[in-house]
Write a protein that binds this ligand. Sequence first.
Ligand code: ZN
Length: 367
Amino acid sequence: MNTILDTLKDYVDLPSFSHDKDDASRLSDRIAQDFKALGFKVNQMPGKTYAPTIVASWGQGARKLLLMGHMDTVFPRERFRPFSISGDSVSGSGVVDMKGGIAVMVHAVKRVLPLLNADEAGLIAVINADEEVGSEESTPHILAAANKAFAALSFEPSQRGALTVQRKGVTAFRVDVTGIGGHAGSDYKKAASAIKQLIIVLNRLHELRDDTQDVSLNIGVIGGGTAENVVADKAFATGEFRSFDPVVLTGLRQKVADICNAKGIPGTTTTLTYGQTHPACKETPESLALFSAAQEIAKKQGRELILESTGGAGDISIAAQAGIPVLDGLGIAGEKVHTALEKGDAALLPLQVDLAAEMIIKLFREG
Ligand SMILES: [Zn+2]
């Protein structure tokens, strides 16, 4: 482990598409090796579908701080781009989201270990390999670590100088409608259009969007029917809704069910199925205090951090389920993640390592 750019290059040059378990396992081994070199006790929790989640711990202290990241990317081999650097800008698959963040974490930890007392402090790093596909396999490992921790720092990328303490929860759903098919000219009075019923349901669902409360509802896919001269006997739609507030999400779940269960066009049946959900993480006074601590450190560096809310789901929401304060966005600053144009700011990397290192020290010194 040399400079942070060497570490970052090593990580980026090991492709780690979530669905390529062999590839991602090689990166899991590589990162595990770095934590072992730092004196961590490293467990690689085997996954069924995805590469092992790393759970690495250091120190015997009762007060444990959780450090979070994910090693997987959204890029299959055929779209993989190796690490490259040009001026102050680094690129390559996952360089920002979030191999840069893991590199920042590893180097910040390396910096702080000599300053911590292993009898009083404890660090647990959890790095999963299924974040981009919903973190289903790694959720128990994240939660188990969060339950032992007093706070969590996550190293997802940030826009220049932005940190986040809240993320939206997401609930996915599917609506299936069956009707009575028939000829569009001769049978239309006896038929019952599944598409017509679906449109009624979707219009009602769209009314649940509430910009004043940052509640979104999106229908992403619709389908149904067979031809323009046939009354459709089947139609479906898939969608999702998001909110920062877990209570709002629970309410929405009921409202969507009520709309789907309401009496529809005679002859049609509407069925709702809920799919993947990701919990919400709402800001709390404790998480805002974490942000203030980071802001104070950044001010000494001569820069200003801003607080940003994001509609994207993230693993801090899982950690927040344990009731601990969370702060996200400590990774590399960059843009255009999940695209071939993904690029990160190398010039800011040393400051990001300083920030993370000083945060860790501050949390152990000041509680
Ligand atoms: Zn990410």
